[in-house]
Design a protein around this ligand. Structure first.
Ligand code: PAF
Length: 287
């Protein structure tokens, strides 16, 4: 398949997917909120290698934004997204309106517990409930064989993995590595909010992660020491306010005292009104 087909309703998408399923084709889902960048597009490439048909959803999900967050201002450019999706050979684009996604009612939610309460959850209390609810809906609508998510949102991915395991979704998950600008800044749709000066200061986040990774490779396993290395670099940028430096195990993102390969170091920091997150999996070749 090569021509991009677009669907705005659940029924029309399901009817088209039924044809592929009957033909025995494997279906991959790449869920996004649009304003596509290389992070999303590299997931499409990986999805193509894992399945016959690539479905991308573009839906800015109001339920995962806290009151006062940037739901209204969240960058949107559907025409550009369509062009990029077509160029990267997405087969099916699902672009529902809010009424299509949530027209069925407002009573039900997927409510995660422990893993969602920490880190991002402390700063965005209902965020993961909104994420998991929309992802569960997308899984039910598309019924993909495989679904692809980016490592930048590691807590989101961890919770989706838990949801798939605990609620028995018959779906394989694929984690795509974080895509970065040439200077190391993790690709994010929200990077457009940064002024040139803020962007320079924001580089301290990936610099801190690189330094932690380097120290780990030199044999440093003490989480407090690694956190201190990151803290010193982040504190060097006066306008950068660190929300957390998490040094955690990968299953539930609980803090650890000593790291090993597979431990996750995640940072969230604010600059002006923009909140940025990034992370590294120790022992991985990232950053
Ligand atoms: O990562 C995102 O862009 C969103 O959280 C997702 C997974 C598309 C759900 O709205």
């Amino acid at each position: 398949m090569n021509t991009l087909h677009e669907y705005a309703t659940i029924d029309s998408l399901r009817a088209a997917l039924a044809v592929h399923r009957q033909a025995g084709r494997r279906i991959a889902l790449v869920p996004t909120m649009g304003f596509l960048h290389e992070g999303h597009l590299s997931l499409v490439e990986e999805a193509r290698a894992l399945a016959d048909v690539v479905v991308m959803s573009i839906f800015v999900n109001p339920r995962q934004f806290q009151p006062g967050e940037d739901f209204e201002q969240y960058p949107r450019d559907l025409a550009h997204d369509r062009a990029l999706a077509e160029a990267r050979r997405v087969d099916m684009l699902f672009i529902p309106e809010v009424t299509e996604m949530y027209g069925g009612g407002d009573e039900m939610r997927i409510v995660p517990r422990e893993t969602a309460a920490r880190w991002e959850g402390e700063f965005r209390p209902e965020h993961f409930e909104g994420v998991l609810t929309v992802v569960a809906k997308l899984f039910n609508i598309v019924q993909p064989d495989v679904a692809c998510f980016g490592q930048k949102d590691i807590q989101q991915y961890t919770l989706i993995r838990r949801m798939v395991e605990e609620l028995d979704f018959p779906i394989q998950l694929h984690l795509g590595e974080t895509m970065r600008e040439a200077d190391g800044l993790a690709r994010s749709s929200r990077n457009v909010y940064l002024t040139p000066e803020q962007r320079v200061q924001a580089l301290a986040i990936s610099r801190a992660l690189r330094a932690v990774e380097g120290a780990f490779e030199q044999g440093e396993l003490d989480a407090a020491v690694l956190r201190g290395i990151a803290r010193d670099i982040l504190d060097g940028e006066p306008d950068l306010i660190t929300d957390y430096i998490a040094v955690v195990e990968p299953e539930r993102l609980a803090p650890v005292e000593a790291v090993d390969a597979g431990s996750v170091v995640a940072i969230a920091a604010r600059i002006g009104s923009t909140r940025l997150i990034d992370n590294v999996i120790l022992g991985d070749e990232d950053v």
